[in-house]
Ligand binder design. Structure first.
Ligand SMILES: [Zn+2]
Length: 271
């Protein structure tokens, strides 16, 4: 072994040790880095609607509550910074002043979904029974009953209504207009009407719900979802984050202001 080689061997050992040491340091810093990422990931687990409306705005609506998962839905909407329009039925509002006050305090708009979830054009109730006779007086009672309960629980008088099953005609709308309410509907219309049905009551997954909405997402649309019973509502709650992610990509924000041109065409029904 030459003197040079003899000198190089310990140098190589020193370099190897130094390299190994640096790897240890790198591992530590990588571990710290990934810990930071995990922490950041936890902090970013909820990605709310960005405060950027340059791409326009959409309206989220939820029918049929308040029910068993309304508290979770309100929590999720708060975390995602979404203010929505709820269409609630009077028969679900008895003794629910707490949830009415919370929804109103959170900035949501409370709309009318009739007292008993009646079909307003036929008088058929959810039980299958038919109210007879059925006319303007009965339609008025169905709408007024839900509005009275909302107001009794401290909510403003509803300005919007959505007829159960999408059942609406000129007579129904005339009564509602006389009570100061405008129709916000999402059934029986073409996608070009600016109304998006999530189909979230049809036993589909959260991914399918979000895909249905994202596929029609654009400025001015009204998104229809449900706050009903069971897994369907939990799926709808889960579907909100991917919808919001897409909204942020397109710089859409959420509003409770229903554009007149988004619901005006429904006044053409039944003629
Ligand atoms: Zn309904």
């Amino acid at each position: 072994m030459s003197r040079w080689r003899a000198a190089l061997v310990p140098l190589a050992v020193v370099l190897a040790l130094a390299f190994a040491g640096s790897r240890v340091v790198d591992d530590v810093s990588e571990a710290a880095s990934s810990a930071d990422q995990v922490q950041a990931g936890v902090q970013q687990a909820v990605r709310p609607v960005a405060n950027d409306c340059s791409g326009g705005s959409v309206v989220f609506t939820f029918d049929d509550g308040p029910r068993q998962h309304t508290g979770e839905l309100l929590d999720r909407l708060r975390d995602l910074r979404i203010r929505a329009v709820f269409f609630w039925s009077g028969h679900n509002l008895e003794g629910r002043g707490d949830v009415v006050r919370r929804a109103a305090a959170d900035g949501h708009v409370l709309g009318n979904h009739t007292q008993s979830h009646a079909n307003l054009t036929s008088g058929v109730l959810p039980s299958g029974a038919t109210v007879a006779p059925w006319g303007a007086e009965q339609i008025r009672a169905e709408l007024q009953g839900a509005s009275d309960l909302l107001e009794r629980h401290g909510a403003p008088a509803p300005q919007y209504y959505r007829p159960p099953y999408g059942a609406v005609n000129r007579q129904v709308d005339d009564v509602a207009l006389s009570l100061g309410m405008r129709l916000v509907m999402s059934y029986g219309h073409e996608a070009s009407d600016g109304l998006v049905d999530s189909h979230d009551t049809e036993g589909i997954s959260a991914g399918e719900v979000s895909a249905n909405v994202i596929g029609q997402l654009r400025d001015g649309v009204i998104i229809t979802m449900h706050d009903g019973l069971g897994q369907a509502t939990l799926n709808s709650i889960e579907a909100l984050q991917p919808i919001v992610d897409e909204m942020n990509q397109r710089r859409l924000c959420a509003t409770t202001e229903v554009r007149p041109d988004a619901s005006g065409r429904v006044l053409q029904f039944g003629e």
